[in-house]
Design a protein around this ligand. Structure first.
Ligand code: ARG
Length: 265
């Protein structure tokens, strides 16, 4: 299925502050490698899959703008912009708000509670799987539910390595979700088991390779190639898996999905 996504080049990508356990200012990403990995992902979308990639202009001093998925949750033509937990990221919202305005979106509003868009929300059929605990709040989940009029399956994240829901949980199609159970609490695991017909479990090691941070069109699954065993699980479930090197972005706590805002959900 052809898709349209929004990306932001890593021109100003760096570790300028530390807001998750992966980020260390004395462990900077290599510029060239980051650019090559970003470009390879871009080319998978455009050349291999025939998708359309739109781009937003990167801004100096906003190193995490590269993680475009975090700017909002978007379903159809409705956009709920993020209210970032950390002041360092808050100015990103205005940049993305402008992009949406310039691109003809009219139903755009910012969340009133801390909320980190696609970082913490995954559209699952007519529902939304959403995480809270480190960035987004349960209040934001209520806002989300009201704004989109979709049921929200609200999960509590407990492991700081997986501070955003999309680092430990992947929607592969309308009935399949892959996740690392240790990232969320017991009650959330129960909720998920009830809501999802087909669950694929990943180990801690597999999750740390960022292979749960995926973009999927229901057939093709694009993700980090760091964990061959996890890619094998996706293949066994019937998906066409496209693994790609992306670990330069893990130095900031990000991967394939973080770099990609899907515009056509
Ligand atoms: N350094 C960024 C942060 O901590 C990484 C965001 C990654 N995005 C994601 N969707 N997991 O906010």
């Amino acid at each position: 299925m052809s898709k349209q996504v929004l990306m932001c080049t890593p021109d100003y990508f760096d570790i300028e502050y530390e807001i998750n356990v992966w980020m260390h200012q004395d462990d900077q990403p290599a510029d060239l490698t980051a650019h090559q990995q970003w470009q390879k992902l871009h080319d998978i979308y455009v050349q291999q899959l025939g998708w359309e990639v739109k781009q937003i202009t990167p801004v100096k001093g906003l190193p995490d703008m590269v993680f475009a998925t975090d700017c909002c949750t978007i379903i159809g033509d409705k956009v709920l912009l993020s209210y970032f937990r950390y002041p360092e990221r808050q100015p990103e919202t205005e940049q993305f708000a402008k992009w949406f305005r310039d691109n003809g979106y009219t139903k755009v509003k910012r969340a009133n509670n801390f909320f980190e868009g696609g970082g913490d929300t995954l559209v699952f059929g007519d529902k939304i799987i959403a995480g809270h605990g480190f960035r987004s709040t349960p209040e934001a989940h209520k806002e989300l539910e009201k704004y989109f009029n979709h049921e929200v399956i609200s999960l509590k994240i407990i492991d700081p390595h997986f501070y955003h829901m999309d680092t430990s949980l992947a929607v592969l199609d309308d009935e399949t979700v892959a996740y690392y159970p240790g990232a969320i609490d017991e009650a959330s695991r129960k909720k998920l088991k009830k809501a999802v017909p087909r669950l694929i479990e990943a180990s801690l090691d597999e999750a740390k390779g960022f292979g749960l941070n995926v973009v999927s069109d229901g057939h093709n699954v694009i993700c980090s190639d760091a964990s061959e065993s996890l890619l094998g699980k996706y293949r066994d479930a019937g998906f066409n898996v496209i693994g790609t090197p992306i670990l330069e972005f893990r130095k900031s706590g990000g991967g394939v999905k973080c770099l990609t805002l899907e515009l056509d959900l």
